[in-house]
Design a binder for this molecule. Structure first.
Ligand SMILES: [Zn+2]
Ligand SMILES: [Zn+2]
Length: 232
């Protein structure tokens, strides 16, 4: 476990433990990481030749292109795109039909496929998120204050819930894993019960017989259910 991740992990768990918060703490860390990596990619990093070679080869996914588009610095983005598109053009040389039907051109199809499936920012972010998952599991086992903080979380999105459990199962001894599992699964079960109730009530409100009934917590139930299922 690397010390440098302890501060951001604690900060995210503090923020998501607040009474009015309703967010997955790992998604919270992810959001901060993504913003930081987007700023770096559009900032000094894009003038670094070795980083430019990497972004030319890997490109970006739709989510991270969208984040970059929201930034005011369109010149950086244009320059990154210019050399990235050149790289793609280089891989597409020759007849595209031949690329598919002639076996010797298969490598070009493979190259284009890997280009479409890779993202420079996803790679960076995934690396740091994995370290933060490790830190979360470690802190839960060895820092009593952090365990209290963990119990105050509202939920974990399903992807990060699975990542936490998977890492904990592989790395912790039986006793520590049982403690971790019991804390996080209790949070998750409680939140799932609540969201099921809220979504059902939201659907009921479309029935005229429930017109005069209050909405309770169901107004944003659909959005919250999707956040639980797919993260940010
Ligand atoms: Zn999450
Ligand atoms: Zn991405």
């Amino acid at each position: 476990m690397e010390q440098i991740y302890m501060i951001p992990v604690n900060e995210a768990f503090d923020e998501c433990a607040k009474v009015d918060a309703c967010e997955c703490p790992i998604c919270k860390m992810l959001e901060k990481l993504e913003n930081k990596e987007v700023d770096i990619a559009l900032g000094p990093a894009m003038m670094e030749p070795n980083i430019r070679i990497e972004t030319n080869e890997k490109g970006f996914c739709k989510r991270h292109f969208d984040l970059m588009l929201q930034r005011p610095n369109k010149l950086s983005l244009a320059l990154i795109l210019e050399s990235h598109l050149d790289t793609i053009r280089g891989k597409m040389k020759g007849n595209p039909l031949k690329n598919i039907i002639v076996p010797k051109h298969k490598s070009q199809v493979k190259a284009t496929k890997s280009l479409n499936e890779s993202c420079y920012i996803c790679e960076k972010v995934n690396y740091h998120i994995m370290r933060m998952i490790e830190t979360t599991v470690y802190l839960h086992g060895y820092d009593p204050d952090f365990r209290v903080k963990t119990k105050k979380q509202k939920y974990f999105c399903m992807e990060h819930y699975q990542m936490l459990l998977e890492y904990a199962k592989n790395k912790l001894d039986k006793k520590k894993f049982e403690e971790f599992y019991s804390d996080v699964s209790l949070i998750q079960e409680k939140y799932l019960d609540k969201i099921i109730k809220d979504v059902s009530w939201f659907a009921k409100k479309f029935d005229y017989r429930y017109d005069s009934e209050p909405w309770y917590d169901s107004r944003d139930a659909v959005e919250r259910a999707i956040k639980l299922l797919s993260g940010k």
